[in-house]
Design a binder for this molecule. Structure first.
Ligand code: IPE
Ligand code: IPE
Ligand code: MG
Length: 243
């Protein structure tokens, strides 16, 4: 019988799994249901994913929920996505507070609806002492925005005289990002068959193993998470060195 992931002591589990949850609209088309139904199923899949990560003992999980470019979609779709966030994040996250999940939100807050921002802040506050799983939700997030913001904050430090340009290291930039304190992802999974990062964790994923899966996000389950982890475990991470 094949070993379960938990039994396999020789191949460590990834510490941080990041996921581009893609394919909700295509899933809806495939099932002849409205787009919104695809996004709703996507939320259920995200809940399954969090449960599976908790069950495996994964320490960090980051989910790409809404990108800074997703505003380009129709007002109707954006509105319904914000509605889902409001509804599900609000109710679901209260439950997470009881299951040991700590939630952090990354992404710009200034152009999100004020009540959504309130729900997100409340969730961060409510879960701040939890330590079983660190769940980061990237909402209205884009790597370029995040890196630019980090550069601006480093420039301010230089202007104040606390930092010399020549002394700036990659650690300074890492610490100036919204993901400060979160280890870089070991693996980035993208469902839905597209093979690109779409402005997700570009700096942080420099040495992440990329796993692309054909299935649409609403079909994601514990079995798919395990399959992605096994693929990760079969890879050889060299970081530019020879074995
Ligand atoms: C991912 O699914 C969800 C969001 C980006 C909000 P999509 O809505 O991108 O679905 P596809 O990729 O068009 O099928
Ligand atoms: C990436 O998916 C964003 C999220 C999954 C939240 P998109 O569907 O927006 O990406 P593109 O447009 O195919 O690159
Ligand atoms: Mg997509």
């Amino acid at each position: 019988m094949p070993q379960t992931l938990k039994q396999n002591q020789t191949k460590p589990l990834p510490k941080h799994i990041a996921i581009i949850m893609d394919g909700n609209r295509r899933w809806a088309e495939q099932h002849n249901v409205p787009r919104l139904a695809g996004h709703k199923k996507g939320i259920v899949a995200a809940q399954r994913c969090v449960e599976a990560a908790l069950d495996l003992g994964i320490e960090y999980l980051t989910l790409y929920t809404f990108s800074s470019e997703n505003w380009k979609r129709s007002a109707e779709e954006v509105d319904s996505l914000m509605g889902l966030l409001r509804h599900y994040v609000g109710s679901e996250l209260a439950r997470m507070a009881g299951s040991g999940v700590r939630v952090k939100i990354i992404g710009r807050r200034d152009n999100l609806p004020a009540d959504v921002v309130d729900i997100l802040k409340k969730t961060e506050r409510l879960t701040k002492d939890n330590s079983k799983l660190f769940l980061t939700l990237a909402i209205n997030y884009g790597s370029h925005d995040e890196i630019l913001e980090a550069i601006r904050s480093l420039i301010k430090e230089v202007e104040k005289g606390g930092l010399k340009p020549a002394d700036i290291t990659s650690d300074h930039l890492s610490r100036a990002l919204e993901t400060e304190g979160i280890p870089d992802p070991d693996i980035v999974i993208r469902t839905g068959g597209e093979k690109r990062l779409s402005n997700f964790l570009l700096w942080q994923s420099a040495y992440a193993e990329l796993v692309f899966m054909e299935e649409y996000w609403p079909d994601f389950d514990a079995g798919m998470l395990e399959r992605a982890i096994r693929e990760y475990q079969a890879r050889e991470r060299r970081y530019g060195a020879r074995k």
